[in-house]
Design a protein around this ligand. Structure first.
Ligand code: N01
Length: 614
């Protein structure tokens, strides 16, 4: 294959300067890159970090100041909320707004924050504009300091939401649910925890968070390494020095290996590169890197935003990032610039009403053009051509989560930073001294695992507990091959138990907006049950089967796309017929279609599809 000819271009321009004619070259190249990864993929090629056992030390909380001090509790509640991340906070706020005050929020962490409690690695920031990412900005009047705020600021904001909305009084931290069972006689869930608590709750919401269970690569020898190692979500600043803003001053004489170059690796590697004696990055699939364009918040602009701006901006972002049907966007970042570029290409190909062929052709062509621009950008930044080549992505945008960074690529210009491509020659094992690839052992003092979170496991694996529903029905059994719900929220034989997150809901770039919609929808149901004396709710078998069918049809619509993509979270690591991953099980389309469906269902106020007992 001969690569298409390149022309000189300005690396800082966002608009691709080259038109792609020969689609075949790109198709073949992308398929070849995907095929390199396929033999070594799937959720089973990772190892879960267990709570007890071989890898338990990787799960230890480096942020808690000591073990839980609260004595074991026994309580009857209207509602138990499992998880104190954005979801738990949003549910707590909405419950209070609805006048429901008899609730508890549980979390394994020692504070609010969820993913922002755990992920304090150096360089951590949100990668969606904070004006659409952070919840309750209008209610609190909070002004994010930057367009992409630091993780420490987001964590502090979560704490301030806990304070402002009086949620700390409802919280029980450092507490892990161990099991849950339905009692038909009292119509309550009995929930037990590792702190010896026993709660009896009318309603329970569960958010087996997408990013709650860290994972290690499925490599032999991880436990044999005699140097230091940790997962990025349990960063050990005792060892590295510094904090999430950097200044890792204890690494000056340390040789560091980083495994993984997803969104986390992209943010942490520049910091390690700045402070460590040497860094070797083990990269299996590169992340697409577009400019970050972070900036301090323009206070004048922010304070001039009209009432209701937050919901409008969030909706606009979702619509513009996921739907190639509008150019009218409030946000103008890398997500939207790409979507707009595609929109322009579609318009050019077929005007306002393109044929399906024109649409598909323009989408594919413009995607290649966009990636050509980003590959040129790698060449213009990374001076060593061999390193540059390894950092270029050859898969369609949105096969993997795109990255935005201004310091990741320049980090590879340091002589002390090396990159090892493990796509063709995978890491073979971890030894007591370091990492083995092919016939070389890379000796290091520290291994940082930026290897992400369990996504492709069953719901109960991720949650870490099982649920016994009506007549002893086990959730581990019901969800063994994927979740089964009505609208993503409720499942037959598990009354009054709400599932939140990516559980047959929808795919969005801004998960915080999904959380907002789900919290409001669920609290509507809970408040209606309490107000109308409804004892139990669960889907009718027909309604659940109907939603499952819808989800299956959407999965079929996505089949060609998923098959063409390099393995990753979005296509269940290339195993597209393994339905365990909740990420591949949502509606295929812009988030607003799902949000509209939920809104209309609430407006009907009939609990359509739900079996109700009084
Ligand atoms: O995890 P990941 P993450 N040998 O699963 C590699 C979100 N997030 O922590 O791509 C070599 O994305 C693996 O390689 P490959 C983020 O969007 C949000 O980075 O599978 N490498 C990959 O590079 C995402 O949804 C923010 O080939 C191995 C990496 O490990 C989620 O969090 C910030 C390997 C894992 O990447 C998790 O992102 C940060 C092996 N054997 C993260 N095994 C925001 O700002 C695995 N890898 C909102």
């Amino acid at each position: 294959m001969t690569a298409p000819e390149k022309t000189a271009r300005d690396p800082h321009l966002w608009v691709p300067q080259r038109k792609v004619e020969d689609l075949e070259w790109f198709r073949e190249k992308y398929a070849a890159e995907r095929d390199k990864r396929l033999p070594n993929t799937g959720a089973d090629t990772f190892q879960a970090i267990d709570f007890e056992g071989k890898f338990a030390s990787f799960d230890a909380d480096p942020h808690a100041t000591g073990p839980r001090t609260a004595p074991p509790m026994t309580a009857d509640l209207d509602m138990l909320v499992i998880g104190a991340g954005f979801m738990g906070i949003s549910v707590g706020v909405e419950l209070k707004k609805a006048g429901v005050t008899d609730f508890k929020i549980l979390d394994v962490a020692a504070d609010f924050g969820g993913t922002w409690y755990w992920n304090r690695y150096p360089g951590v920031r949100c990668d969606v504009e904070s004006y659409v990412y952070l919840p309750f900005l209008e209610e609190t009047g909070y002004v994010p300091t930057e367009r992409y705020t630091r993780g420490s600021e987001i964590f502090a904001y979560c704490q301030s939401l806990g304070e402002q909305f009086g949620l700390y009084d409802h919280a029980l931290f450092q507490t892990r649910v161990t099991d849950m069972e339905w009692d038909e006689d009292t119509a309550r869930w009995t929930v037990r925890t590792d702190g010896g608590d026993v709660f009896r709750a009318r309603f329970v919401s569960t958010q087996s968070g997408q990013f709650s269970r860290p994972q290690l690569p499925g490599l032999p020898g991880v436990e044999k390494f005699t140097g230091h190692s940790f997962h990025t979500s349990r960063w050990d600043y005792e060892y590295t020095g510094g904090d999430s803003a950097g200044n890792l001053d204890k690494l000056h004489d340390k040789r560091v290996a980083v495994i993984g170059t997803g969104a986390t690796g992209v943010q942490a590697i520049p910091q390690l590169a700045e402070f460590a004696k040497s860094v070797v990055v083990f990269q299996r699939t590169p992340t697409q890197i577009a400019p970050r364009e972070n900036a301090p918040t323009d206070i004048e602009w922010f304070t001039s935003l009209p009432e209701g701006w937050h919901g409008v901006r969030r909706a606009s972002f979702d619509k513009c990032a996921m739907d190639r049907a509008t150019a009218d966007c409030d946000v103008d970042d890398g997500w939207i610039k790409f979507a707009k570029y595609q929109l322009g290409a579609i318009y050019e190909a077929g005007g306002v009403e393109p044929t399906v062929e024109q649409f598909m052709d323009a989408m594919e062509r413009s995607d290649y053009e966009w990636n050509e621009m980003l590959r040129d950008r790698v060449d213009s930044i990374v001076t060593d051509p061999a390193k540059a080549e390894k950092l270029k992505t050859y898969y369609r945008t949105m096969c993997k989560r795109p990255g935005f960074s201004d310091d990741f690529l320049p980090a590879f210009n340091k002589e002390s930073v090396d990159i090892v491509d493990t796509a063709t020659t995978p890491i073979e094992r971890i030894t007591e001294n370091g990492v083995v690839v092919g016939d070389r052992e890379y000796e290091v003092d520290l291994i940082v695992y930026a290897t992400g979170f369990q996504m492709g496991r069953t719901w109960t694996d991720k949650a870490g507990y099982d649920v016994a529903g009506r007549s002893g029905n086990r959730l581990s059994k019901k969800f063994a091959d994927g979740v089964s719900t009505y609208h993503g929220f409720l499942s037959e034989n598990f009354p009054n138990l709400f599932f939140l997150g990516f559980t047959q809901s929808t795919q969005v770039s801004n998960i915080a907006n999904l959380i907002d919609h789900q919290a409001r929808h669920m609290v509507y149901m809970v408040a209606k049950c309490i107000a109308e004396g409804i004892r139990t709710i669960e889907p009718t078998p027909e309604a659940e089967a109907g939603w499952n069918q819808t989800i299956l049809e959407h999965a079929e619509m996505r089949r060609d796309w998923n098959t063409s993509c390099t393995p990753g979270q979005y296509n269940n690591e290339g195993r597209i017929d393994d339905k365990r991953s909740t990420l591949v099980g949502g509606l295929y389309g812009p988030g607003y279609e799902y949000f509209d469906l939920l809104r209309k269902w609430r407006e009907d106020d009939q609990f359509h599809g739900i079996a109700v007992t009084h």
